[in-house]
Ligand binder design. Structure first.
Ligand code: C5P
Length: 222
């Protein structure tokens, strides 16, 4: 049977990775969190003071960045030059920098190339912003996720707050709104629903209901 590619795109903190992970686990597909790659690149830019207006610095940085996923389970384990950065890329400094870095043409070109390679030989679920439009325009199934922004902020807050007691709900709401704005208005493959993507608004849906929604669509492919 042929490899199946499932593309899950949508706004920030919509539960894309929760659904993508559950789906991949259930179907025994590979799961790739493309956002983690942009976050790791942003972390490198922050640590090395890369000037996002300097194309030579950007090219040089991209040559020196080596990302790897380690899929021991269906959680995202990513290394940046062999250092485990899975925790650090979720912190606010990276969240605040990532949309600026992901808007860079050279960065996107390199990440998309690596992502396409990952989908070559195995069935895969990948989540992000441009998976159904730029990375896998021929994906077998495309889901575009949305949810009420206040609900998204609260979910993200509940996830982050236990580990970061200083973070506020307002700050998270701001960051989500800001990233949505930057991601949808950037020139280079902006966040947009692919014409053939199915919309999933999960404001009032449990993770189980969302998984069932996606599984039913995958079933429909056979
Ligand atoms: O998915 P996550 O929220 O972790 O992604 C972080 C950021 O990475 C997004 O706000 C967006 O700027 C960028 N991104 C992207 N294209 C993707 C995945 C993420 O531009 N495919």
């Amino acid at each position: 049977s042929k490899n199946i590619v499932v593309a899950i795109d949508g706004y920030s903190s919509c539960g894309k990775s929760t659904l993508a992970k559950a789906l991949a686990k259930k179907l025994h597909y590979i799961y790739v969190d493309s956002g983690a790659m942009y976050r790791a690149v942003a972390l490198y830019f922050l640590r090395n003071n890369i000037d996002t207006k300097n194309s030579e610095q950007i090219e040089e940085a991209l040559k020196n960045i080596h990302l790897n996923f380690h899929s021991r389970d269906y959680e995202t384990h990513i290394t940046l030059n062999d250092e485990e950065v899975s925790e650090e890329i979720r912190q606010m400094p990276v969240s605040e920098k990532v949309s600026e870095v992901s808007a860079l043409k050279a960065v996107r070109r390199e990440m998309v190339k690596q992502q396409q390679r990952m989908g070559k030989s195995k069935s895969i679920v990948m989540d992000g912003r441009d998976i159904g439009t730029a990375v896998f325009p021929n994906a077998d199934l495309k889901i575009f996720m949305t949810a009420d922004p206040a609900v998204r902020a609260k979910r993200r807050y509940d996830e982050i707050h236990p580990k970061n007691p200083d973070v506020t709900l307002a700050e998270i709401y701001e960051n989500i709104a800001h990233r949505d704005y930057q991601d949808t208005t950037r020139a280079e493959s902006p966040l947009v629903r692919a014409h053939d993507a199915i919309i999933l608004d999960n404001t009032d849906l449990t993770p189980e209901q969302q998984l069932k929604f996606a599984l039913d669509r995958v079933e429909g492919l056979h």
